[in-house]
Design a protein around this ligand. Structure first.
Ligand SMILES: *[C@@H]1O[C@H](CO)[C@@H](O)[C@H](O)[C@H]1NC(C)=O
Ligand SMILES: *[C@@H]1O[C@H](CO)[C@@H](O)[C@H](O)[C@H]1NC(C)=O
Length: 195
């Protein structure tokens, strides 16, 4: 026999005193790991707070996650981000709203962080658009980021429609368009080009 009765008694007394030390509250530990519902996050030891706009929250003990480039979330308390629509862009993480592509630029795809500049021979007079308009007979757009086509005048009064060459001096066989403007609803005067 290795232990005398008094030794066992001392050991039991020590165990009792260790058990009596303050212990972490197992319920609190569990609560801190999984108590916050989806759409909220653990703000401090006692409070779950609604997920901030521009973020998503899985609940539990996860921190808010900012929406990625090309995505956004205007509402608080969310579990998912929205896709930036064509004609718009979102170039920061954690965004609450997408921005429209300015006139002279466009974006045909969703979930993008930038807009394309309008190429030559095309124009886009309005913001928030997913397409470009081709120029008309007698009107040209020679540079890039074209907001409006220019009316060709002497000494280069002519232009082919859809022309990247701009105004030229040689007569064309097409009939000069009196105007070359987009309608209020964004409709192009000639060809509409997506992508
Ligand atoms: C936690 O945050 C809430 C909301 O701001 C506040 O009312 C509460 O006193 C905070 N609790 C602690 C322990 O900081
Ligand atoms: C465009 O320019 C032509 C001359 O090249 C002119 O006859 C016409 O009136 C102009 N149109 C507009 C809308 O400015």
């Amino acid at each position: 026999m290795f232990f005398s009765t008094p030794l066992i008694s001392v050991a039991l007394t020590m165990l009792a005193s260790v058990t009596a030390l303050p212990q972490p509250d197992q319920n609190t530990l569990t609560a801190r790991q999984s108590s916050c519902p989806s759409g909220s996050y653990q703000y401090n030891q006692t409070a779950c707070v609604a997920c901030p706009a521009g973020n998503t929250c899985n609940g539990g003990s996860d921190s808010p996650q900012p929406c990625d480039y090309g995505r956004y979330q205007p509402n608080t308390g969310s579990t998912s981000c929205m896709q930036t629509q064509p004609g718009f862009f979102t170039n920061q993480r954690g965004s609450t709203t997408p921005a429209p592509c300015p006139a002279g630029s466009y974006q045909p795809y969703s979930q993008q962080a930038f807009c394309y500049g309008v190429p030559k021979g095309r124009f886009q007079s309005q913001s928030g658009k997913s397409f470009v308009c081709a120029t008309c007979c007698g009107w040209a757009a020679t540079g890039t980021n074209n907001v409006n086509p220019v009316n060709c005048t002497a000494p280069t009064p002519y232009a082919w429609p859809n022309s990247g060459d701009g105004c030229i001096s040689s007569p064309t066989s097409c009939t000069r368009a009196a105007t070359c403007a987009q309608a209020a609803d964004g409709s192009c005067p000639g060809e509409t080009i997506f992508g």
